[in-house]
Design a protein around this ligand. Structure first.
Ligand SMILES: Cc1cc2nc3c(=O)[nH]c(=O)nc-3n(C[C@H](O)[C@H](O)[C@H](O)COP(=O)(O)OP(=O)(O)OC[C@H]3O[C@@H](n4cnc5c(N)ncnc54)[C@H](O)[C@@H]3O)c2cc1C
Length: 425
């Protein structure tokens, strides 16, 4: 019997495992694939990685790294997935996590077994634990739109996209306006006969380098405390010379620059400007070999790549414990599900900015709860910190996993600081 089971050895599971170990909590991690690293292991034999061959982080190296292990400068400003996978290996090695991880082990069932949890592996073995940490990632189960009609050509979700070669000489439609849609459209356009993006809502596009530095080099906590309008206006002013004019075809969204999810890409707007990528509105209907768009236009396509995001799924979890709706999941501090003692989620945060600094802090927070040092804030109102998240994601509900990374970290740090205060009762 191990005190705590951690499910998944991607960047989140590794960070929690480290924290638990450092706080003297006996933990065992179960990983479906034959390597650590999750998404960052290209072609992961877990079948769950959505990485494509050219994938680099969209957050710069210094903001992406775990605070406890700097990334080598040789990774460049935006590390490639091969660097990220090497970094995950180095992290597991540096903090002695290897012998705590059972690779090639899929968790098939997690059930309440008061006062703890019962965990069943794919080899049928069952173990009991005081606590369970679910760190299985939220970017592996494709979310596909429910467009009317049907398409005769080749259609995939970006989860299954790897390289542009299969699209050589073809007419390709990329659906979506997130970072993956932009990157896939840009590289497909280098080989395709014609490339079109279908975009329901616009998105701000930020070049990867601004004034010769990574675009997010100023995305550090003290600046993040500036009034929201000022922060957005300041960044927009900085950007103007470097971005060049936004082509009229690109739909500019009505929200501020840093609101929702901007696309960090130096290549997208030039490709639209050059005519290498055409822009169309939302799909209205799939008509066999062609697609009709919301503006009434209709065009033939050979292939569609749906870069339409992911849904959260927990196929192993007992019914009623974790029930996400889209990108919403009711969790205290984006970690603890209601009415489930000693069950924690790690990495269920969608924040513009690196996830790794966040999950190290989540690990500390979980360890503090499990050692009894931190009592769960009961009915606590997150207050000021969450107001920044609300402004950044104005159309997201209160249970959204999207959040402002600085505000969220401040919230977890505040809990940890308070936990160290002497108990008064
Ligand atoms: C294309 C793309 C690009 C991205 N780029 C960035 C970026 O630049 N910066 C950033 O911060 N974030 C980025 N993200 C978000 C990304 O999902 C996270 O940063 C990171 O992968 C999350 O790590 P994780 O450990 O939570 O999940 P994952 O990396 O998905 O790891 C989860 C692990 O759990 C294992 N697992 C799942 N189910 C089970 C089970 N039942 N039993 C045992 N093991 C299981 C999986 O095999 C996997 O190893 C990107 C996402 C996508 C899709």
């Amino acid at each position: 019997v191990t005190d705590v089971a951690v499910i998944g050895a991607g960047s989140s599971g590794l960070a929690v495992l480290k924290a638990l170990r450092e706080h003297g909590i006996e933990a065992r991690c179960f990983e479906r694939g034959s390597h650590v690293g999750g998404l960052w292991r290209y072609g992961n034999d877990s079948g769950m990685s959505s990485a494509y061959a050219s994938l680099r982080t969209n957050v710069s190296r210094e903001r992406m790294a775990y605070p406890s292990l700097p990334m080598p400068a040789s990774y460049g400003d935006f590390p490639h997935h091969t660097d990220m996978a090497a970094y995950m290996d180095a992290y597991a090695e540096a903090f002695g996590l290897r012998d705590r991880i059972d690779l090639n082990t899929t968790i098939e069932r997690v059930e309440p077994d008061p006062p703890g949890w019962r965990v069943t592996r794919d080899d049928g073995e069952t173990t009991r634990h005081r606590g369970v940490v679910v760190a299985v990632g939220h970017d592996w189960a494709p979310r596909l739109p429910d467009d009317p009609g049907s398409f005769d050509g080749h259609a995939i979700h970006s989860h299954d996209y790897r390289t542009p070669e299969p699209y050589e000489g073809r007419r390709v439609l990329v659906v979506g306006a997130g970072p993956s849609a932009a990157e896939i459209a840009v590289e497909v356009a280098t080989v395709a006969r014609a490339t079109t993006m279908s975009i329901r809502r616009g998105a701000h596009v930020i070049p990867r380098h601004v004034k010769g530095r990574a675009y997010d080099s100023g995305d550090v906590s003290p600046w993040n405390r500036l009034p929201w309008r000022l922060l957005n206006a300041g960044f927009a002013a900085l950007l103007d010379d470097d971005r060049g004019p936004v082509p009229p075809a690109w739909p500019q969204p009505p929200w501020r620059l840093l609101e929702n999810v901007p696309i960090p890409s130096s290549d997208l707007l030039p490709a639209v400007r050059d005519g290498a990528i055409a822009i169309r509105p939302a799909i209205e209907r799939l008509n066999g070999a062609s697609v009709r768009f919301a503006d009434g236009s209709e065009e033939p396509f050979d292939a569609i790549v749906y870069a339409t995001g992911y849904e959260m799924r927990f196929p192993f979890m007992a019914p009623g414990v974790l029930e996400p709706r889209g990108r919403e999941l009711p969790l205290l501090r984006r970690i603890v599900p209601p009415n489930a003692e000693n069950l924690f989620l790690a990495g269920f945060v969608d924040a513009p900015g690196g996830l790794l600094p966040i999950v190290e802090l989540q690990g500390e927070w979980i360890a503090a709860v499990l050692t009894g040092g931190l009592r769960l804030p009961q009915g606590a109102r997150p207050g000021r910190q969450e107001r920044r998240t609300r402004r950044r994601f104005p159309s997201d509900g209160p249970d959204s996993i999207r959040c402002d990374p600085h505000a969220y970290r401040r919230l977890l740090r505040r809990d940890l600081r308070r936990a160290r205060l002497p108990r008064t009762v």
